[in-house]
Design a protein around this ligand. Sequence first.
Ligand SMILES: [Zn+2]
Length: 482
Amino acid sequence: MDGYELSVGMEVHAELLTETKMFCRCRVDFGGEPNSRVCPVCLGLPGALPVPNKRAIELVVKTALALNCTVPKNSIFHRKNYFYPDIPKGYQTSQYGDTNPLGYNGHLEITTEIGGAKRIKIRRVHLEEDTGKLTHLGQEGSGIDFNRAGVPLMEIVTEFPPDISSVEESKEYLVRLREILVWIGACDGKMEQGSLRCEPNISVRPTGSDNYGTKTEVKNLNSFKSVQLAVDREFSRQSQELSKAHSIRQETRGWDESKLDTYVMRSKETEADYRYFPCPDLAPMVLTEEFVQELREELPVLPDARRRHYVKHLGLSTQEAFALTQDRAWSDFFEQVCRAGAEPKTACNLLNSEFAKNLHIRDLTVTDPGVPTPRQIAALAQLIDSGTLSSKGAKTVMVELFERGGEPMDIVDRLNLTQVSDASFLIEAVKSALVQNPGPAKQVADGDEKVIGFLVGQVMKATQGRANPSLVHEELRRQLNL
Ligand SMILES: [Zn+2]
């Protein structure tokens, strides 16, 4: 919008990948019969006492470390008080304050539209619990499902003033954040199931102004796409209001996917409304240096660092590096193939083409049993690099590895796939192809070089794909005096 600039802060809620809820032993799962995973603690019945889930605390600290945050030595839980039917206790157990949350003062690096790097400051990463789910049943009123109540929830909030200043950066921040959360096993990242939820707060101000505008928060966004659309829509709506000299109201707005528009849900509460106070039922957490150090050591190399390594040290393109870091298991597999002796470039090409294709056809993932091992793929890559196997032969060997297993070299021998680079064999093969295709041969000789590909194809066909195609190409040009 001409004359206005956009600022976006992000609040992301991620359900943690734990077996049980935050303060009780109820199982964490998606779906199921309503209220089938509840107990006196997560229903907030009188006298029930919470016991914190250690795994959840570890996952939040790991996330905080991955996001370059400071982890405090002590941290406590607070009660965030409000009345709403989805919160059976009358308060949500959460964390409050600038330096109390399990992580604060961090940052995440994103790539901007012009290819530069931008640091998005992170204000805090804290631990809380999820609420229940309200369902409107039409004539019959409303139903409440508490299966989700008490599920460990992590909130990640960006710093103010916001660093994000475009729709694209909003999306990029979420993509990179989700990637890290899934990579370190903190969250499954399923936005459509609500295990990752994002609430952008959006403000607009005249270009160059030092004063940030009043912000609105948008809810009900269940895909990256809807986040982008909603941020874009709020940018134009607020710009238009400001251009008419109307003021923006601080409010929470919903997203209507069918109308591609935001609507008012409620005027935004302020922090003071929640009457936060330390939860008397939960002992303060002490985070020793050893505890934090152990978690730091458990952290895998993060996707961004892996990509930099692939480009800088393995000679791959940025695009290839991104394709290899789609998920951690895939990237781990690639590294194992390289360690088993494959050239990175050949390994990358094999994985992203034939290997991926065979997995896809069989509906397998890289960690499933029966999938070729990194050692087998490395042996196949070496046969390609040594010129023993053509790309067509490599395809056949890959299929054999999936269907029957075995050693790539044995498969090559058994199926007689060795690529032939022998000069006399190629000279004969090319000679007979020219005799059998006098028309195309004349066309090429007369200068229509496009047809040469057809002749290469004829030689490949006659030799059942065993001739080395680049040598065939050379030999054709030699015999046609090109
Ligand atoms: Zn429970």
